[in-house]
Design a binder for this molecule. Structure first.
Ligand code: SAH
Length: 411
């Protein structure tokens, strides 16, 4: 059987599993449905396929152009310098996909080896999908990895082609503490959301149930009464009629904020999303086309826009936040135009130049990825405001502006 038949068979298995569960114990939350569809250990979409790239189901910025990852690599170096060049840091990526972004960042670290020469760098990847972790290992280490014994927090380790140690974990909590730069690109949008609908009787949670009319078909229903989630997640001042909340994203951002507050570093989050204004954004993608979220679970990527206002709230002011700002503004501030000019000058053939211009347009055009993707950062408070302002503020040198959110100034 080809991949399509295999995918269909897998889908049937997951659908049957869900139908049995729904028949036995009633409707489930959208979050539970999404978790099963994406990361069920046997049949989940990411567990089995994780179709990122041209031949997959969706394409992401790092897969479009190497420039994207290079500019992010420069962002980390610029923050590392602004924070006084600590002698060690961990680069921690959540949901690294095919590993392309990390590879582009590590190439920049290698090119700037003279700048980083006295710094001890290690890479820590948080990935639940065995399939994708294999692809990452192949790309980043050329297959030079070894599984870790069960009692260690990392499930796999290896050495990058550029000589940097890499570790794999299933959960951010397993990553050792320490000064860290975190990265989450198109990660939060893959985490399970709860959905709520305003009704005449008050807020009700949207649930997934079996359609009684059609065998093996799922449908949305409203919970008959309010659920604990409705009480906990809807703000009294909410004005929208339909709200999506991703508590798992909240928990992870809280952890990042605690870690940055305690051990230092920064987090860069890039995703499509909004600042607490959008309503129904739950979508499925398969073969680069929109796909009904309830049909053939496990064969399509399911995603929801990231609510940056919620992420900001969940930092509980342990860190400063910057953004969200549009991808095209962030990349422009990071010097994408100059980088494009250099690459165009260095490329001899017409096809390469056209490819460069095409990928620039994909990333920057407001109608393509330029406007709907956003950058958002967590930084220690002292990165933007001097600690103890009271004692002799005039003796302190001005703090460097944060690149990306301001124009990049590198000496
Ligand atoms: N950052 C990559 C991939 C985005 S796809 C890119 O931009 O190309 C989402 C990634 O998150 C995949 O690697 C997926 O396997 C991973 N993922 C999804 N849910 C996860 C979870 N709960 N914990 C860790 N990784 C997860």
């Amino acid at each position: 059987a080809g991949p399509e038949a295999e995918a269909a068979g897998g889908a049937t298995a997951l659908l049957q599993h869900l139908c049995r569960k729904l028949r036995a114990s009633g409707p489930v939350t959208v979050a539970e449905y999404m978790r099963e569809a994406l990361t069920n250990p046997a049949q989940g979409y990411y567990t089995r396929r994780g179709g990122i790239g041209d031949s997959g189901d969706f394409i992401t910025s790092p897969e479009i152009s190497q420039v994207f990852g290079e500019l992010i690599g420069i962002w980390y170096i610029s923050e590392w310098m602004a924070m006084g060049k600590p002698n060690t840091f961990q680069l921690v990526e959540l949901g690294p996909g095919r590993g392309t972004l990390t590879e582009d960042i590590l190439r920049v670290f290698k090119q700037l080896a003279s700048v980083l020469s006295k710094c001890d760098v290690s890479v820590h990847l948080v990935e639940v999908s065995p399939k994708l972790s294999e692809i990452q290992a192949q790309l980043l280490t050329g297959g030079k990895v070894q599984p870790n014994p069960e009692d260690e927090s990392a499930y796999m380790k290896g050495i990058s082609k550029t000589g940097i140690p890499i570790f794999w974990y299933r959960d951010i909590q397993d990553v050792p503490p320490g000064y860290s730069f975190y990265l989450a690109h198109e990660f939060f949008d893959a985490l399970p959301i709860h959905k709520f609908q305003r009704t005449e009787k008050g807020w009700r949670e949207v649930l997934v149930d079996i359609d009684p009319e059609v065998p093996d078909q799922l449908r949305f229903v409203l919970s008959p009464s309010s659920t604990p989630a409705t009480e906990n997640f809807i703000q009294p001042e909410e004005t929208r009629d339909h709200v999506e909340v991703c508590p798992e994203a909240g928990v992870i951002v809280q952890r990042l904020a605690c870690r940055i507050e305690k051990d230092g570093g920064a987090a860069l989050v890039a995703d499509y999303g909004h600042d607490g204004t959008k309503t129904d954004t739950f979508r499925g993608f398969r073969n680069h086309k929109l796909h009904d979220v309830l049909s053939a679970p496990g064969t399509a990527d399911l995603t929801a826009d990231v609510d940056f206002s919620y992420l900001r709230k969940m930092t509980q002011e342990r860190t400063t936040t910057l953004g969200p700002i549009k991808q095209r503004e962030f990349l422009k501030n990071m010097g994408i135009d100059l980088r494009l000019q250099v690459l165009l000058q260095n490329s001899g053939d017409k096809a390469t130049r056209e490819q460069l211009l095409h990928s620039y347009d994909m990333l920057m055009n407001p109608e393509k990825m330029g406007d709907c993707f956003n950058f958002f950062a967590l930084l220690p408070h002292h990165r933007l405001v001097h600690a103890n302002k009271k004692d002799k503020p005039e003796s302190k040198s001005p703090l460097a502006p944060v690149a990306g959110f301001n124009e990049l100034l590198m000496k």
